[in-house]
Design a binder for this molecule. Structure first.
Ligand code: AMP
Length: 368
């Protein structure tokens, strides 16, 4: 069973690593137990962290294995897949070594469903294969909101880089009633409208793309005020204690030279929240500001609360949005928390055409 146990680790003062958040392990438990209950001998495999295609003591699976043993005894967990260069390269010899000795393959790793890696696209070419319960649920929910969303359908997209998410914004623009854009990526849109963005994140090469999206006729909500940091100051989780933090001001519309916009302002947050609360379906991905620095977390908090309050169906994808909800104790107030940030965006972008899903659809046992 391919799982996505790429979990955050906590390194103790004794240097020992433990699992800091087991959301992804918990998400795979129903499938693991289902298989065990039916007498299967299950070997799970996952990647963890970013080893450089070689064994790396920092990314051994031991802490994950320990937690898995507690949650679901009797499941074997093999070595970090990315210790072998064959995993990312989708090397046929590595695929052969993965399937050797096994009768069937289950993919329960939605978080990497958009990757054409050996353990994801390889085994279904050789073994009877199935989607795990959680992966199937991800496809059902994300497919459902794309094909028959309760309206109005509102998507809230934040995060740093507009270039990363432009394709998903374009895909969403054909589906949603309102597209709400915040975070660092909003400034390229504001620049496309001719607004001053000071020192904020700006992707000059994407201004034209943003302009055509704005001209496409769909309703796009952008920030009207910004929480900004004065020139020459730094931001980040530790800037205040480091004594380098500067003045923060709420600025309407144009940002003066040198000022950096790091969060949506209170008027924007209130407007965004109202739109979100009134949605029939809401999809949220990406923080609305540089929320790791608590001076710029307010916009993300207000939107997270609105997503939780929304009586429509809410779907949240992405690590940062999920951790913001978690921190606020709101995780159980949303309709569906996706296990895949990048994968859920790729799913939307491609209309469900992900390498992992295509591999399963073409497995020897798949209905044709
Ligand atoms: P992404 O990985 O693209 O979803 O981006 C997440 C990151 O975007 C977080 O680390 C935030 O700190 C960052 N971010 C969000 N808004 C801003 C902003 N206005 N300026 C700089 N960084 C931001």
């Amino acid at each position: 069973m391919r799982v996505d146990f790429n979990v955050p680790l906590h390194i103790g003062i004794d240097g020992r690593a433990t699992v800091a958040d087991d959301f992804r392990i918990a998400a795979a438990l129903p499938t693991l137990r289902w298989l065990q209950d039916r007498g299967a001998e299950v070997v799970a495999c996952s990647h963890l962290g970013r080893p450089a295609n070689a064994r790396d003591p920092r990314w051994e699976m031991d802490p994950v294995r320990e937690r898995l043993q507690m949650l679901c005894p009797g499941i074997e967990l093999s070595d970090n897949l990315r210790f072998d260069p064959g995993e990312k390269a989708n090397d046929p010899a590595y695929v052969a070594s993965l399937v050797e000795g096994f009768d069937a393959y289950v993919n329960e790793a939605f978080g990497v469903a958009h990757r054409r890696h050996a353990s994801i696209v390889g085994p279904p070419r050789f073994l009877p294969s199935a989607a795990g319960l959680r992966l199937a649920k991800e496809v059902e929910v994300l497919g459902g909101i794309l094909h028959a969303p309760a309206r109005p359908f509102v998507a809230v997209v934040g995060g740093a880089k507009v270039s990363d998410k432009l394709d998903v914004l374009k895909a969403l623009a054909t589906k949603v009633d309102t597209l709400v854009v915040g975070g660092g990526m909003a400034f390229t849109f504001l620049a496309a409208l001719g607004q001053g963005v000071g020192n904020s994140l700006l992707d000059v090469d994407r201004i034209e793309d943003c302009r055509s999206l704005l001209d496409s006729g769909i309703e796009i909500l952008l920030p009207t005020d910004t929480r900004a940091l004065e020139p020459g100051s730094t931001f980040g989780p530790n800037s205040e204690t480091a004594g380098t933090s500067g003045g923060v001001k709420i600025i309407e519309r144009d940002l003066p030279d040198g000022w950096t916009g790091l969060d949506i302002g209170p008027a924007t947050a209130a407007t965004f929240a109202e739109v979100v609360r009134g949605a029939g379906t809401v999809l949220w991905n990406g923080p609305l500001g540089a929320f790791e620095d608590r001076r710029f977390a307010e916009g993300t908090r207000v939107v997270a609360q609105a997503v939780a309050d929304c009586e429509g169906f809410s779907v949240v994808g992405g690590g940062d949005s999920a951790s913001a909800l978690e921190e606020m104790g709101l995780s159980d107030k949303v309709g569906f928390l996706s296990t895949g940030g990048g994968a859920s965006l790729s799913f939307i972008e491609s209309g469900g055409d992900l390498p992992a899903l295509n591999a399963l659809r073409n497995a020897p046992n798949a209905p044709h």
